[in-house]
Write a protein that binds this ligand. Structure first.
Ligand SMILES: NC(=O)c1ccc[n+]([C@@H]2O[C@H](COP(=O)([O-])OP(=O)(O)OC[C@H]3O[C@@H](n4cnc5c(N)ncnc54)[C@H](OP(=O)(O)O)[C@@H]3O)[C@@H](O)[C@H]2O)c1
Length: 253
C-alpha cells in the first residue's frame, strides 16, 4: 500500500468526513444542481470555487457563498482548463455538471452537436483529469454526472443516453488511472433542479407526473437528493470508479 493510500484510509477511519479545509471546484456551479452542490460543500467547511463558462456568472454565484471564489472554465476548451489549473495550483475535489444535450431523432442528428454533447460530458472531464490530475490531492476525488436516460433507451434521446452511459465507463477507467484519487459519478433521475423551468408549465407538470408514476419513490427528485449523494461521495474514501444511481428506483420500473 502506498503512503498516500494509507493516509486516505486513516482519514476515513478517524471520522474526518467533513470537507473542512478542502478546496472543492464545482464546474457548472453557478446554477441548478451545481449551485446546490457548491452551497452544501461550503456548509460542510470547504473552500468553494465556482467554475462557469462566463467569469462574471461564476463570480456572481460565488458572492452568495461564504468565502467562495469564481473562475472561468469551459470543459470543452482545454486552454481554459489549463489556465484554471495554473490559477488554482491545488484542489481536493472537482465536481462537474456540464452538459450539452442534443435531443433529436437519429435521422436529424447534427454532427457538431453530437461532438459538443460528448465534449461536455466525456471529453471535457477527460481533459479535466489530464490537467487537474497532478494537482488533485491524493485523498481527493472527481465527481462526474451521468443520468438515468442512459439506462432507458428512448427515441429522440439517444445522444443524452449514450453520453450519460459513457460517463459510467469514464469514471471506472479514470479511477484506475488516477488512483488513489477517487473518481465517481452520480446518475440522477428526473430532478426538479431548475433545468426544466424553461418548459411550458403543462409540459413540466406532465414530465414530473410521469416521473412519479415510473419510479419506485413515486415522486420527482429534489436537488437535495443529488446533493446528499455528492456530499457522501466526496467523503467516501473507500468508493471509487462507481456510478451512484439517485433516481428513485427508475431503472426497476
Ligand atoms: N436535472 C435533471 O433532471 C437531470 C437528470 C439526469 C441527469 N442530469 C445531469 O445532471 C447534471 C446537472 O443537472 P442540472 O439540472 O443542474 O443541469 P443544467 O441546469 O443543464 O446545468 C448544467 C451546468 O453546466 C454548465 N455547463 C454547460 N456546458 C459547460 C461547459 N462546456 N463548461 C462548463 N460548464 C458548462 C452550465 O452552465 P451555462 O449556464 O454556462 O450553460 C450549467 O451551469 C447535468 O450533467 C445533467 O445532464 C440532470
Amino acid at each position: 500500500m502506498t503512503p498516500t493510500a494509507r493516509s486516505s484510509s486513516e482519514e476515513f477511519r478517524s471520522g474526518q468526513t467533513t470537507l473542512t479545509g478542502a478546496t472543492v471546484l464545482v464546474i457548472g456551479g453557478a446554477k441548478n444542481l451545481g449551485l446546490a452542490i457548491a452551497r452544501r460543500a461550503s456548509e460542510l467547511g470547504a473552500d468553494v470555487v465556482i467554475g462557469a463558462r462566463d467569469l462574471d456568472t461564476a463570480r456572481r454565484a460565488a458572492a452568495d457563498i461564504p468565502g467562495a471564489t469564481g473562475i472561468r472554465i469551459d470543459v470543452t476548451d482545454e486552454q481554459t482548463v489549463e489556465a484554471a489549473v495554473a490559477e488554482l495550483g491545488a484542489v481536493d475535489h472537482i465536481v462537474t455538471t456540464a452538459a450539452a444535450h442534443h435531443n433529436v431523432p437519429v435521422a436529424e442528428l447534427d454532427h457538431q452537436s453530437v461532438v459538443t454533447a460528448f465534449d461536455a460530458k466525456v471529453i471535457g472531464p477527460l481533459m479535466l483529469a489530464k490537467h487537474f490530475g497532478p494537482i488533485i490531492a491524493p485523498t481527493g476525488s472527481m465527481v462526474l454526472f451521468s443520468g438515468v436516460a442512459a439506462w432507458h433507451p428512448q427515441p429522440g434521446l439517444s445522444i443524452m443516453g449514450i453520453t450519460n452511459g459513457a460517463v459510467a465507463f469514464t469514471v471506472s477507467h479514470l479511477a484506475a488511472e488516477l488512483a488513489p484519487i477517487r473518481v465517481n459519478a452520480v446518475s440522477p433521475g428526473i430532478i426538479d433542479s431548475g433545468t426544466w423551468d424553461g418548459l411550458p408549465d403543462a409540459d413540466r407538470s406532465a414530465l414530473f407526473a410521469d416521473t412519479a408514476q415510473t419510479n419506485l419513490a413515486g415522486r420527482v427528485g429534489r436537488p437535495d437528493d443529488i446533493v446528499d449523494a455528492v456530499a457522501w461521495l466526496l467523503t467516501a474514501g473507500f468508493v471509487s470508479g462507481e456510478t451512484i444511481h439517485v433516481e428513485g428506483g427508475a431503472r426497476s420500473v
